[in-house]
Design a protein around this ligand. Structure first.
Ligand SMILES: Cc1cc2nc3c(=O)[nH]c(=O)nc-3n(C[C@H](O)[C@H](O)[C@H](O)COP(=O)(O)O)c2cc1C
Length: 250
C-alpha cells in the first residue's frame, strides 16, 4: 500500500542479535522520531533510560526471567512513564502538585505511544526490536538495581539490535474481530470467531516449529494460552511498587 504500512506489516519481535553495534546517530534519530508521537496535551510524561553497564545488564537477565537478549542486544533501554518533571516544576513554583490516577494513566499511554514510534523508527533503519515486559517480574529488585526516583515508573525494557534471525510473522486477530461497527458484537459471534483464530495460531506454531505435532506434543493455541495467562494474578508486586513511586488509583 505504501512503504510505512509495509514496514509496519513486516514487524516481528527479534530475540537474537548480531554483535554489530547500534549507531549512536540512529539512537538519536529513532528517539527523536518517537518523541513526535502524539502526547496528551503535550505533557510528554515519559523518558527512556539506556543501560550500558555490563554488570547491570547481566543482572537484568536474571530479573527479567533469564532473558539473555537483555545483555546480548546492541542497545538496551528502559521505557518509563515520567511524571517527575511536572512535580519538580510545581514544587519550584511553590504550587500544589496533586496528580491522581489520570496522570499515571496518561504517563502509561504517552510512554507506550512514544515507545512504539521508537520501535518503528528503528525497524525502518533495519534494526530488530523486542519489548521486555519481564522487567516487571520483580520491580522492587529492578528498583534496587536502577534507582528510579519518585514519579518515574519503569514500564518495560526494549532490546534493539541487528537481527540474527528471521522469524515468521505472528498472526493477529482478523480485522473483523478488532474493528467493530458501532458496537461490540454478540459474545457468541466473538467466541466462534476466536475458535477460528485459534486454529490459525495452532497452524502458525506448527509451521514455526516445523512439521506435524506428534502425540506427545501438546497442541499450542491461542484460546488456552489466554485462559492460562489470566487464570491467576501475576506480578502482584507491580501495584504496590508503582504506588510507592507515586502512582494513585484515586
Ligand atoms: C509490553 C510488551 C512486553 C513484552 N515482553 C516481552 C518479553 O519480556 N520477552 C519477550 O521475548 N517478548 C516480549 N514481548 C513481545 C511479544 O511477545 C510479541 O510482541 C508478541 O508475541 C507478538 O509477536 P510479534 O511482536 O513477533 O509480532 C513483549 C511485547 C510487549 C508489547
Amino acid at each position: 500500500m505504501n512503504a510505512v504500512i509495509e514496514q509496519m506489516l513486516a514487524h516481528r519481535s527479534i530475540r537474537r542479535f548480531t554483535d554489530e553495534p547500534v549507531e549512536e546517530a540512529h539512537v538519536a534519530a529513532a528517539i527523536e522520531a518517537g518523541q513526535m508521537a502524539s502526547t496528551s496535551a503535550s505533557i510528554q510524561s515519559y523518558c527512556i533510560i539506556r543501560i550500558r553497564s555490563v554488570e547491570r545488564r547481566n543482572r537484568l537477565i536474571e530479573l527479567t526471567g533469564n532473558q539473555t537478549k537483555v545483555a546480548r542486544c546492541g542497545a538496551f533501554f528502559v521505557v518509563c512513564g515520567d511524571t517527575r518533571r511536572h512535580r519538580l516544576l510545581a514544587e519550584r513554583a511553590d504550587e500544589t502538585y496533586d496528580a491522581r490516577f489520570e496522570a499515571f494513566l496518561l504517563a502509561i499511554v504517552d510512554a507506550t505511544l512514544f515507545a512504539q514510534n521508537v520501535v518503528l523508527a528503528f525497524e525502518s533503519l533495519g534494526y530488530g526490536a523486542c519489548y521486555i515486559g519481564g522487567l516487571r517480574n520483580d520491580l522492587p529488585q529492578v528498583q534496587e538495581l536502577l534507582g528510579f526516583p519518585h514519579g518515574v515508573y519503569p514500564l518495560f525494557g526494549l532490546c534493539i539490535g541487528h537481527p540474527d534471525q528471521d522469524p515468521m510473522r505472528r498472526p493477529r486477530l482478523p480485522l473483523e474481530q478488532v474493528l467493530f461497527e458501532e458496537q461490540w458484537p454478540e459474545d457468541e459471534a466473538m467466541l466462534a470467531a476466536m475458535d477460528e483464530y485459534d486454529q490459525v495460531v495452532a497452524d502458525y506454531y506448527q509451521a514455526r516449529e516445523g512439521g506435524s505435532p506428534d502425540a506427545t506434543t501438546p497442541r499450542r493455541d491461542w484460546n488456552s494460552q489466554m485462559i492460562e495467562k489470566f487464570i491467576a494474578p501475576r506480578r502482584v508486586s507491580v501495584a504496590p511498587y508503582y504506588r510507592q513511586q507515586g502512582a494513585s488509583l484515586d
